[in-house]
Design a protein around this ligand. Structure first.
Ligand code: PNS
Length: 164
């Protein structure tokens, strides 16, 4: 039986921390769906289509995993997981500060769709301080985002965020 996992997030934009989780999770499942959603509490800098293109470009350049699909979802993650026939939701944890929120989300998602497990993957220590918000702030102010985002999409991110 095919095992499918969903890796959801805003990915506004994708960072090296996200790509590392995609790479590692894609080796554990037959199919990994990177699900691009909108966090109700945040106003995204990139459109959904832009975020999907950046993820696809970085995945194709870097990990060449043919079992990774990128999709947009609206509404509840638990409903999307049901529609996709997913067994599992993957979440990355960078620090204890991520845990409280993610723990609540995992329990809520479990109550909405008991068939789906949430698995937490620890970040690669090299990326524990990297976040999309930090990337946006640095890029908007003309700082160096080398090493924070995949090389293949660095210029696309700077072009969108840094206008002199
Ligand atoms: O990158 P983020 O901010 O962690 O991504 C958050 C996202 C989009 C994965 C999250 O907001 C989400 O799952 N939204 C869908 C709505 C939902 O199912 N919420 C959980 C129950 S309240």
């Amino acid at each position: 039986m095919i095992k499918t996992a969903i890796y959801p997030g805003s990915f506004d934009p994708l960072t090296n921390g996200h790509l590392d989780i995609i790479c590692r999770a894609s080796k554990l499942f037959d199919k990994l769906i990177v699900a691009v959603g909108n966090n109700e509490t945040k106003k995204p800098a990139f459109t959904v289509q832009e975020r999907i293109c950046l993820i696809e470009k970085a995945v194709n350049h870097t990990i060449k995993s043919y079992n990774v699909e990128v999709k947009h979802f609206d509404g509840l993650l638990a409903d999307f997981a049901y529609k996709m026939g997913a067994d599992c939701v993957i979440k990355g944890l960078r620090a204890m500060s991520d845990f409280e929120y993610e723990f609540q989300m995992a329990l809520l998602n479990k109550s909405l769709n008991p068939d789906v497990e949430t698995l937490f993957m620890m970040t690669n220590v090299s990326y524990s301080y990297v976040s999309s918000s930090a990337v946006k702030e640095i890029a908007k102010n003309g700082g160096n985002i080398d090493g924070l985002v995949p090389d293949s999409i660095k210029n696309d991110i700077l072009k969108k965020l840094y206008s002199v």
